[in-house]
Every structure is written in C-alpha cells, then in structure tokens.
Design a protein around this ligand. Structure first.
Ligand code: GLN
Length: 451
C-alpha cells in the first residue's frame, strides 16, 4: 500500500531519492514468513519506514543529497540501519535532504527540492525534509532523521508531524555521514508520539562502534508515551524564545498549548536564559568548523565522484576539480567559513569564543532544569515558507533554527509535535519540548499528554 502511495504522489512531493521496491517487498514477505512460522515478532515488525539518505545502507545508494556521492553504495550498514533490520522494519527507501544536512528547507539537495504536502509550493523544512514529507503525505508511517541544529524538529514542525532529537550519544552515529560530529544526532520521526517512542526504542542504545555513544539504559520512552501526563510537572517558558521575527499565529498556538498544560495540572515557570541569544552565532562557527574537518575525506580518491582523472593531472588537481564539481554552494560556504574560523590567527577569536558560548548555554540549561522538569517553546519562528523565498539569503535561512539550536549545543533532548494550524495561513505549527540529557522519556510523557 505504501509503495502504491509513493507511486501515486512522489512525483509531486519528491520525498524519496531512492525507492527499494524489491528489497521492501522481500523484507515484508520475510516478516510474513516469520509470523506464519509462529516466531515472536517485535512491535515494529513489517512496518514500513523512510530512511534519511545520510545513513549507510549496503543494498542501496547513500548520497547525503550530494553529487559527490552520486551512485555510491556503501560496503556496510550503519548501526541504526542494522537495528531497523533487526526489528524487522521494512525500509522503503532513502529520503531527500539538504546536501550533507546543511540547510533548513531541503532546497540545498543536489537532486532538487521536496514539496511540503500541505502546500507543494512551500518548503518541508530541512535538512530532513524528505523524511517529514514522506510522513505528512502518508508515503510512510515512520521515518528517520538527523538533527545537528534542528533538522529533525524543524521539518516535523512545518509538516505537522512528530520528530525527536534524542540526547546526544543516545543513538549511534556509526555509519551516519558526519557533518558536525559534536552536534549530530539521529532520531525518530512519526505521525504520533507513541509511534516515535516505539521507533526511538528500536534504534537507541549503546554502540561500541561510536565512541560518543552513551553506555546506559535507554530512557523508558514507550512507557512514558503510553502514560502521558503533565500533572504536577514544572514547565518552563524561556523569555528568549519569542519576540521579533515570530509569526503571530505561531505564538498564538504556542500560548494555547501552555494554557492547555496549565489546565492539565502543570505549573508554568518563566525562565531567563540570556546566552540563548548567542546560540545561532556560536552554532554557525562550530558547525562549519567541524564540517570543514569532516568533509576533508571527500578527496575523489576514496568514494564517489572523480573528475578530471585523465592520466595527465596530479592527485591534488583531481581532488580540487572533483570538489568544485561535486559540492554545492552551501557546502562550499561552510567549508570556507570553518577553515577560516579554525585558522591559526583566528582560532581564539572565533572557534574559541564560540566554545565559551556553548558552555554558557549548557549552564543556562542546567540552571533552568533546577527549576523545571521540561522547557517548552515554538519549534520554529514561522510556518513553512515558499520554496525560493530564502534561497539566496543564508542569514534568513539560518533563522529557521533559532529555537532548536541551543539544545544541540548543550546535548540534551527535544521533541517537536503539532499544536494546531496558524490562523493566518492554515499551516502547521510545532510545539517544542526540551528535557535534560538522558531524560528523553519526559518528552514523551508531556508530548502524549498534549498531542
Ligand atoms: N539548519 C541547520 C544547518 O543548516 C541545521 C541542520 C541540521 O540539523 N542538520 O546547519
């Protein structure tokens, strides 16, 4: 049924870069055979899923939305891919994304943009716009995204779906193509809080192949999603998460959600987190710096594209020609920014200062979580904007992640879930819930209470 739905709508939506029809059907039949043989199956056995094209898959190409990896089929499965297979999830294919997960609209994909199923002339968010669009268009009931600065939550918000950035280290990064390693985190996308929890539990947990993976039990997210409640909880509202640039209808729906929590027994606490105002600036130094280092591996020798290798050129020239042809504008911008910020004369002024801001943000969260159990905010300042509107204005694009970035810098967990449609444009608004590190279950408890 989902393959038929993809056939019917994906030409317009363009959520998928690759559909593995044969593989998906074979996997579905294998699950049927297990069921018939009386084998005990897990809760997600046979459930189709759309996988962001940033996770390696040994039977499907992995492009990361870039021409530099066009047609590359990895020799191994990411840990997350292995866990999906072990849970008998049926992987339908790989979803569209901003190149190397750099963007907030999926317009930076080298393979063309994805449409928002609510209005195909608008962006589905990014970088994981393909995964969220697949959910919103009913092409898949589950999807996987990655969130470095908001790429799970922001697309969830603008497509009216649920997305969770787990605690940093909660889901293995092994086989997840690196953008900014100290921020990158894979996580679940779904249409309901409980579906997201079931997927979260299937993919989370310690992995010796990832040195930053947390060696502790996975927070009880499914149990929390089945027992939604805000009764007696202290819910923080941060002063810095509103003001100029926020759409009136977004703030209206957010305020209604806060009132709903109050009426369900929560205590609302006003919080001041002054360093959050610096989060965007710090992120756009740290993320490009790590990107400039991580993307050095795309040298035309090891993987994917190779341009100009005609027997007359040096390896250096082939590398340069390949990068020129294979990387898009935003990726080049980040590599140049990051290389500059890390260069010896500027390191302390830029990268060093950004790391200090990161510490201040972590401390603001620590102080906040002494007073509250969770923090809530709008996920994005506006609803989905038209395709093309911010394409030539990187600063305007970066603002889409105003509310999501502090969480990545601090490494704690956060969810976006739908909280109604903005009255002025009828488009979905996202409510963000933020919890301390390794308290991901609180997201699901609160999310299930207000969804
Ligand atoms: N939009 C942000 C960026 O462009 C976040 C991307 C992400 O979370 N992968 O870097």
């Amino acid at each position: 049924a989902h393959l038929a739905r993809i056939d019917a709508v994906d030409e317009k939506v363009h959520a998928f870069l690759h559909v593995d029809r044969e593989g998906a059907l074979a996997q579905a039949r294998a699950v049927d055979a297990k069921r018939e043989a009386g084998e005990k199956l897990g809760p997600l056995a046979g459930v189709p899923l759309a996988l962001k094209d940033i996770f390696t898959t040994k039977d499907m190409p992995t492009t990361v939305g870039s021409k530099i990896l066009e047609g590359w089929v990895p020799p191994y499965d990411a840990t997350l891919t292995q866990r999906l297979r072990a849970a008998d999830v049926v992987i339908l294919g790989k979803t569209n994304m901003d190149e190397f997960a750099m963007g907030s609209s999926t317009e930076n994909s080298a393979y063309g943009p994805t449409g928002n199923p609510w209005d195909l002339t608008r962006i589905p968010g990014g970088s994981g716009g393909g995964s969220s669009a697949a959910l919103a268009s009913y092409e898949a009931p589950l999807a996987i995204g990655t969130d470095t600065g908001g790429s799970i939550r922001q697309p969830a918000a603008v497509t009216g779906t649920v997305g969770v950035k787990p605690t940093y280290g909660g889901v293995s990064r092994y086989g997840m193509v690196a953008f900014s390693s100290s921020l990158d985190q894979g996580g679940p996308c779904a249409r309901t809080v409980l579906d997201a929890a079931l997927l979260h539990e299937a993919v989370a947990g310690h992995d010796p192949m990832d040195s930053t993976s947390i060696d502790a039990p996975v927070p009880p997210v499914v149990e929390a999603a089945r027992n939604g409640s805000v009764q007696g909880m202290r819910v923080g509202v941060v002063k810095q998460f509103r003001g100029e640039g926020y759409q009136a209808g977004v703030l209206q729906r957010f305020d209604e959600s806060v009132e709903l929590m109050r009426s369900l027994g929560a205590t609302i606490v006003e919080l001041d987190c002054p360093s959050f105002d610096l989060a965007l600036s710090a992120y756009y130094l740290i993320a490009p710096s790590e990107c400039s280092s991580n993307l050095a591996r795309f040298d035309a020798m090891r993987y994917g594209l190779r341009v100009g290798d005609d027997g007359t050129r040096s390896a250096e020239d082939v590398t340069a020609l390949t990068r020129e042809a294979g990387f898009g504008d935003e990726v080049k911008r980040r590599i140049i920014l990051g290389t500059y910020a890390l260069s010896s004369g500027y390191y302390d002024a830029y990268y060093g200062s950004a790391q200090k801001v990161r510490t201040l943000i972590t401390q603001d969260f620590e102080k906040a979580f002494e007073q509250v159990d969770v923090i809530v905010s709008p996920t994005t300042p506006t609803t989905a904007f038209p395709i093309g509107e911010r394409a030539d204005d990187p600063m305007a694009m970066y603002l889409a992640d105003l509310c999501t970035i502090p969480t990545n810098l601090a490494g704690n967990s956060a969810m976006s879930l739908p909280c109604g449609l903005a009255p002025e444009d009828g488009l979905p608004v996202g409510l963000q819930i933020i919890a301390p590190a390794m308290k991901d279950d609180r997201l699901y408890k609160v999310g299930a209470a207000v969804e």
